[in-house]
Design a protein around this ligand. Structure first.
Ligand SMILES: C[S@@+](CC[C@H](N)C(=O)[O-])C[C@H]1O[C@@H](n2cnc3c(N)ncnc32)[C@H](O)[C@@H]1O
Length: 547
């Protein structure tokens, strides 16, 4: 027995050492946002906890980058993060302190060895990017923590690698591990592993499974930084499972499946009639079985599942229920694909290039899409949406159809099912931007704190991480509402003269005073649009934020 405990300790030490040596880039993941989880719970029939004052726990929080945006915008919330790596926790604590967040506590510890009861109860528990990358006893501890610490109406989020998609990816990981894992430093590990990939690429038969797996890996690798490749392909543990296996283990801990964190992936109709018809027939009302079969259809590699206490399962309804829309606030960007909206009965197409499209014929539906586009990226409640449609049609002398509410609820169905709408139980609607521009203090401070990193970043109210250019990482901290356009231009010019930031034109660095001043002025003049695009400021509702 002592031997087993010692072996476990060695494993935990190894994982801790991995993350201490190569800390994970710690930032916000929008699909884990408590406001998003609450809205999904509501959508599928459950009472959801109050978000603004929620108690939130993140297991494996690294440096707290996914908790900071929530804690900063919800001062009444109580937020706790736990992570094994002291290096990451120390880094996170320094940030939390610099941001002055008194409601966020970061604790170093092994979730499998902690006194869970001492942590208290939580309305939302998040575990992103951890479950598949830890030994089995830690996986058990995560599920046990969900069971013990989740409030009766709480929602837990867990993400993990899944089969069948990872079957082929494992070939690549195994090859990389065999050549790289035993090497000295993490740089050496990665370098030897990459050598293996290069070799295999040269010799793999063109139409082989290996060639396909390598091509998939390459597509990910070009867009990934070393820390990600290291932890995904060379991490001591990476144990994918089938969706049903995860649910079986969750069931042993008294937990039931609620939904996917991207609900649009749950609707069979999104995969075409050839997929939907046989699967819906085969799976009947079993959303779980349908989800598992869909994983084969799309060769899924990664899942984000929401779990609740099993006694709530009977209340879950997957059929979209319009009576639940009244409490929701919606944001959607579904631009017209074919010119101006015509408030007649002609058929018009809406949707972003490359994304899902929809066709609208009824004037009320078109007016609703215009209202959502005009408000985007901020929200309209269902009632505000109905009112906006009424006003617009009234102004054009168009009489409301008797089924106008149903038509608009039908539109909301489509936007939800196709993943074109974001929704919350509370409005996401900041005040209109003031002049001079002012950003919230945590948003500014975060840009300042991270500008020493390779990737400076901050976050917005949608719980999205925003990568910042070197210039913006210096500019955003200045937006405290005291500096007008001219003052901002002078401030950036001073930074450029000190060589702290650089401006280029056509790839050439600018140094002459006049050309530098022009470039800085251009950068400042484009600032309002840039901040609106980043969802950092709300500009006039009627100017559609260009994306
Ligand atoms: C792949 S990282 C993910 C970090 C972050 N959640 C994210 O998605 O960016 C896994 C994290 O889990 C932490 N971790 C691993 N084993 C743990 C354990 N037994 N208890 C607590 N945290 C653990 C690691 O230190 C690391 O920060």
């Amino acid at each position: 027995m002592d031997d087993i405990v010692e072996a476990m300790d060695d494993v935990v030490d190894q994982v801790r050492a991995d993350y201490d040596a190569v800390p994970y880039d710690s930032h916000a993941f929008p699909h884990t946002a408590p406001g998003h989880l609450a809205a999904i719970a509501h959508l599928f029939g459950l009472n959801a906890p109050e978000v603004a004052s929620a108690r939130v726990l993140e297991i494996g929080c690294s440096a707290g980058g996914n908790l900071i945006p929530f804690a900063a915008s919800n001062p009444q919330a109580r937020v706790v993060g736990v992570d094994l790596s002291q290096v990451q926790i120390d880094e996170g604590r320094a940030r939390v302190q610099a941001l002055g967040l008194g409601n966020l506590e970061l604790l170093q510890g092994d979730i499998a060895g902690m006194d869970l009861a001492a942590l208290g109860q939580f309305d939302f528990i998040i575990c992103h990017g951890v479950y598949s990358w830890v030994p089995e006893n830690v996986q058990e501890a995560i599920l046990a923590a969900f069971q013990r610490l989740l409030a009766p109406e709480g929602v837990a989020y867990v993400s993990y690698n899944v089969y069948p998609g990872w079957k082929a990816k494992e070939i690549v990981r195994d090859a990389m591990m065999m050549r790289g894992a035993g090497r000295g430093t993490s740089d050496e590990k990665l370098s030897f592993a990459r050598g293996m990939i290069d070799f295999l690429e040269e010799v793999a038969p063109a139409d082989s499974v290996l060639a396909r797996a390598l091509a998939d890996y390459k597509a990910i690798a070009v867009a990934s930084r070393d820390y990600h490749l290291m932890h995904e392909y060379l991490e001591t543990f990476n144990t994918p499972c089938y969706f049903l296996e995860l649910l079986e283990r969750a069931g042993e801990h008294g937990l039931a499946y609620l939904a996917d964190a991207q609900p649009e992936t749950m609707f069979a109709v999104n995969y075409g009639a050839k997929v939907a018809e046989p699967l819906l027939k085969e799976c009947g009302h079993s959303q779980v079985l349908l989800a598992q079969y869909l994983d084969f259809v799309v060769n899924r590699t990664f899942r984000q599942s929401l779990l609740v206490h099993a006694d709530r399962a009977p209340q879950i309804r997957y059929q979209l229920d319009h009576s639940r829309y009244g409490r929701l606030h919606f944001a959607a960007w579904v631009p017209r694909a074919d010119g101006e909206t015509r408030l007649d009965n002609s058929r018009q197409e809406y949707g972003e290039p490359g994304g899902p499209t929809l066709f609208a014929q009824d004037p009320a539906v078109k007016a609703a899409l215009d209202a959502l586009n005009a408000r985007w990226p901020w929200t309209l409640s269902r009632k505000e949406l109905l009112d906006a449609v009424q006003t617009r049609l009234g102004a054009d002398g168009i009489e409301a159809a008797t089924n106008q509410h149903e038509l608009i609820d039908g539109l909301l169905d489509i936007l939800i099912m196709q993943g074109q709408a974001s929704y919350r139980l509370d409005p996401l609607l900041p005040e209109l931007a003031s002049t001079p521009p002012r950003l919230d203090e945590p948003t500014r401070r975060m840009a300042e704190l991270t500008r020493v990193d390779a990737d400076a970043s901050t976050f917005n109210l949608w719980h999205e991480a925003l990568l910042l250019s070197p210039v913006d990482s210096h500019l955003l901290p200045l937006l405290d509402g005291t500096r007008d356009r001219d003052a901002l231009v002078e401030a950036l010019l001073a930074l450029a003269r000190e060589d702290l930031i650089q401006f280029e034109r056509n790839g050439e660095r600018l140094s002459g005073e006049a050309e530098l001043r022009d470039a800085v002025a251009e950068h400042i003049d484009a600032l309002p649009q840039r901040l609106a695009r980043m969802k950092l400021l709300r500009v006039n509702d009627h100017a559609e934020a260009g994306r």
